[in-house]
Design a protein around this ligand. Sequence first.
Ligand SMILES: CC(C)(COP(=O)(O)OP(=O)(O)OC[C@H]1O[C@@H](n2cnc3c(N)ncnc32)[C@H](O)[C@@H]1OP(=O)(O)O)[C@@H](O)C(=O)NCCC(=O)NCCS
Length: 147
Amino acid sequence: MITIRLARSLDAPALAALAGTLGYPAEEAEMQARLERILGRDDQLVIVAETGATVGGWLTAHAFDTLASGFRVQLTGLVVSDRHRRLGIGRQLVNRAEAWAREIGATTVCVFSNVQRTESHEFYPALGYTHTKTEAAYRRILSDSSA
Ligand SMILES: CC(C)(COP(=O)(O)OP(=O)(O)OC[C@H]1O[C@@H](n2cnc3c(N)ncnc32)[C@H](O)[C@@H]1OP(=O)(O)O)[C@@H](O)C(=O)NCCC(=O)NCCS
């Protein structure tokens, strides 16, 4: 049986382990600190899928206002453990995020996914998401003062 519930502080080790699967390895303490910053905020959603005593997946979403597109929800992280895939967990997590988006008055849910994540480009269209554009990602590390 799969249960979707809000994440809690004690989930940090499981979230950290799955973040590694997603390609973003994190120490448990770092994940704990990140989680503490997010939990309880009304513009952030952190949910997990419990299968028995195991966390089989997690999703994070962020609600924000933009001048260009209005109020929207962006899925900021989603991963299902390798051994729990194709059981409908990803779909249930996204469905819950969409329900939250409706509750808080957002009319759009969007997500950016690396082109290399081949399964996600099958997954999102299967859930009704359309590919709207292809973008390049830029980043500047602010502690780097050499530029
Ligand atoms: C993408 C991901 C979250 C999907 O999770 P999941 O729990 O396996 O997905 P679901 O079982 O809910 O799949 C729902 C539907 O999506 C489609 N789908 C999902 N994975 C697929 C795959 N590998 N190949 C083809 N279709 C797929 C299918 O239509 C599936 O329905 P079906 O199983 O009845 O055919 C999971 O593969 C994952 O964690 N991947 C690595 C991280 C990642 O890409 N995250 C998203 C980044 S934004």
